[in-house]
Design a protein around this ligand. Sequence first.
Ligand code: AMP
Length: 182
Amino acid sequence: MAESPSIGTGKAPAGSGPDAAPGRAGAHIAWIGLGANLGDALATLQAAVQDLTHADGIAAVTVSRFFRTAPVDSSGPPYLNAAARVLTTLDPLALLDTLQRIETTHGRERPYRNAPRTLDLDLLLFDDVVMDTPRLVIPHPRMHERGFVLAPLCDLDPSLRLPQGDVTSLLRACAAQDVVAL
Ligand code: AMP
């Protein structure tokens, strides 16, 4: 089947905090999750932030603190995680292309599902777009129950709303998960 994205707006707007309105004509607000647990994870995440900052079609990158987190549905050493809010003129699939290019630059391999990784970049939210295609699902389907995603998002904007609720309440429900700010 061809990847014809069904794009619509959800009932509960995602990313509808005070920063959610596009800040510049033609620009979208996207929220990106960053993670790494192989090699020098901190250096890799910092380099990935620089790559985002310099990528075509991406501007105004704001990054959360970094968090040390226990692997969830994965293995290996602890992860470092962060989140970034970006303004972008790219569409969601072009932004995913950019994220995957940056992952590849940093040696990302996919030997098996949920394998440890040098770098993982997930597109969490893109304005209030709802999209479910073989290649891209947004809002990211599992972020609302993952402390390693919610803590950095909350750090960036505690009033951020996800389809499942506000990020602060969702994070509270993940209190048992091992997530510590550096
Ligand atoms: P991962 O191994 O977690 O990096 O998963 C990457 C795969 O998930 C790729 O094949 C992507 O096309 C797909 N994918 C689906 N939705 C998303 C999303 N919101 N952000 C990043 N990758 C996604």
